[in-house]
Design a protein around this ligand. Structure first.
Ligand SMILES: Cc1ncc(COP(=O)(O)O)c(C=O)c1O
Length: 406
């Protein structure tokens, strides 16, 4: 298959001509290569993976395990034993909280969470702390979304067992210095969970270089199908963790009164796995690798700069977070004075421009920023200058549409 690496590769834009899709942080559109790979799995390779001893089941197993190897190489993990497939970033985070958390957190311990975290990287820790009598603490940022090494050091205590933070916040778009934060955490004997849902699709991530203990992300936010996600964990940590879900596939032997469990990573993959999703994710990784992160970042930076500068020039539009476009990484969250974000999104929708409005699953952050809700446009490499012009065109006339003079 030959790719153009632009909208021509994405059948949705053929079907919805003129659609300006700027909700890429919620989910990305899928190139034909991904759709065809997932479909080919079901046409030509489908059987229950990891179970059968016949040819088709071996094909299904190969599709699944080859995808795992592609993920390993993509994020620079040492071994495929460190790559667990899940449904999405949310499930990966819950797996850590249920398995590692319930085995290691006790009364009096502390878990530190960045205030800007998505609810998926907050609720599992909140519930765990309540259950165990541990304390949930928040690391606050400044109003530009900046977290500092000094702030982190001050927030850690000898009782802090784990720190959870996104590499890129889905509201600010800022890239956090995860490598530095990992060193600080490890000096304190604290584990670090990195939520890569918004970073892995947009920038090269190498888990060994970052040193993080856990990294999670979702396939659907990086051109892949829905229903397939990843948990990376250091082998020695995963090895020591009990299973999360119990049932088929994750066992070694079962007797009437007990069971022993499969080797990594299968210990954490109970039940029939999503081999079609994994094959689609593999195709997404191939697509991204072929285009390359240098080109992805070049395009996304160019569009971020253009959108940021044009937005700044429009009166009554306030961009949340950093005052420099370089810190936004394709995510521009904003308010328009006097206009509710739901009205903003509805006006955009009427012009065939898809953006997000609400709290973006980050309510504590909105409370911290003292803003009820916001609107957000988020980019992918397949957006183009025309998309930004259309977006700015609507934004520039929005208040007048709502009855204001300007
Ligand atoms: C930073 C971040 N973390 C986690 C998630 C959850 O992803 P999913 O719904 O795919 O589990 C999202 C989704 O928007 C996100 O932006």
């Amino acid at each position: 298959m030959s790719n153009y690496f632009d909208k021509r590769d994405f059948p949705v834009f053929e079907r919805y001509k003129g659609l300006v899709y700027l909700d890429n942080s919620a989910t990305q559109q899928k190139p034909a290569a991904v759709l065809e790979r997932a479909e080919r799995y079901y046409r030509e390779e489908n059987a229950n993976p990891l179970r059968g001893l016949y040819e088709l089941s071996v094909k299904a197993t190969d599709a699944y395990e080859n995808a795992r190897e592609a993920v390993r190489a993509f994020i620079g993990a040492k071994t495929v034993r460190e790559i667990v497939f899940s449904r999405n970033a949310t499930e990966s985070l819950n797996l850590i909280a249920y398995s590692w958390g319930r085995a290691n957190i006790k009364e009096g311990d502390e878990i530190l969470v960045a205030i800007s975290e998505h609810h998926s990287d907050l609720l599992p820790w909140q519930i765990l702390c309540k259950e165990k009598g541990a304390e949930l603490k928040y690391l606050e940022c400044d109003e530009e979304g900046r977290y500092t090494a000094e702030g982190l050091r001050a927030a850690l205590s000898p009782r802090t067992k784990l720190f959870a933070i996104a590499q890129i916040s889905n509201v600010f778009g800022r890239l956090n210095p995860i490598k530095k934060f990992t060193q600080i955490c490890h000096d304190n004997g604290t584990l670090i969970v990195c939520d890569g849902a918004q970073s892995v699709p947009h920038t090269a991530v190498d888990v060994q270089q970052l040193g993080v203990d856990f990294l999670v992300f979702s396939g659907h936010k990086m051109l892949g199908p829905m229903g397939i996600g990843v948990l990376y964990g250091k082998e020695e940590l995963l090895e020591a963790m009990p299973p999360f879900l119990y049932g088929g596939e994750m066992i070694d032997t079962v007797t009437r009164c007990g069971a022993s469990f499969a080797e990594l990573p299968h210990k954490f993959e109970a039940g029939t796995v999503n081999a079609g999703g994994a094959a689609g994710l593999h195709a997404a990784i191939d697509y991204i690798n072929e285009l390359g992160f240098e080109e992805i970042e070049r395009r996304e930076n160019e569009l971020t700069k253009l959108a940021f500068e044009e937005m700044q020039a429009i009166p009554h539009v306030n961009i949340i977070g950093a005052k420099e476009w370089q810190e936004h990484h394709g995510i521009l969250t904003f308010t328009v004075e006097g206009v509710h974000p739901h009205d903003i999104a509805a006006i955009f929708d009427a012009e065939n421009v898809a953006i997000r409005a609400g709290h973006h699953c980050a309510q504590p952050l909105h409370q911290f920023l003292r803003v009820a809700s916001t609107a957000r446009m988020s980019l992918a490499f397949y957006n183009d200058e025309e998309d930004i012009r259309r977006f700015i065109g609507v934004l520039g006339t929005l208040r007048r549409k709502m009855g204001y003079d300007g």
